[in-house]
Design a binder for this molecule. Structure first.
Ligand SMILES: [Zn+2]
Ligand SMILES: [Zn+2]
Length: 125
């Protein structure tokens, strides 16, 4: 492994953690300082395999885009299909629903991948 790759991975992880909302490889790349786009993709893939970050794929007018977020994020994400911004709510808000599902299916939920699509407050105006 090259030293450069390691430092880019660290910067990528830092970026995703700081951002807290899902971010695409393109967006990270355009922020600069992370090498070329394929280095960014490779780095993100590595971090996801390692379990440091997770991703969701959102299908929207902007295409089928993969967004990355911190692994330990206890958030449910909301994507605006008009301005393509992300918002989030605490996943805790769904804990009652989760308990019901666990009881009904006799299933233990250990991970959640959740997002909603719609129109945000500014786009509804
Ligand atoms: Zn919007
Ligand atoms: Zn979008």
């Amino acid at each position: 492994m090259k030293v450069r790759d390691t430092s880019i991975r660290n910067s990528l992880l830092e970026y995703v953690e700081k951002k807290a909302l899902p971010v695409s490889a393109k967006e990270i790349h355009s922020s600069g300082g992370m090498g070329n786009i394929s280095t960014v993709y490779r780095g993100l893939e590595y971090l996801e395999k390692k379990g440091s970050i997770s991703s969701i794929t959102v299908s929207c007018e902007c295409g089928l885009v993969r967004y990355y977020y911190p692994q330990n994020s206890e958030k449910c994400f909301i994507h605006c299909r008009k301005c393509h911004r992300f918002f989030s709510v605490d996943a805790l808000e769904f804990s009652d629903v989760e308990k019901k599902i666990e009881k009904k299916l006799n299933f233990r939920i250990s991970e959640r991948v959740m997002y909603f699509m719609g129109e945000c407050r500014s786009c509804l105006k």
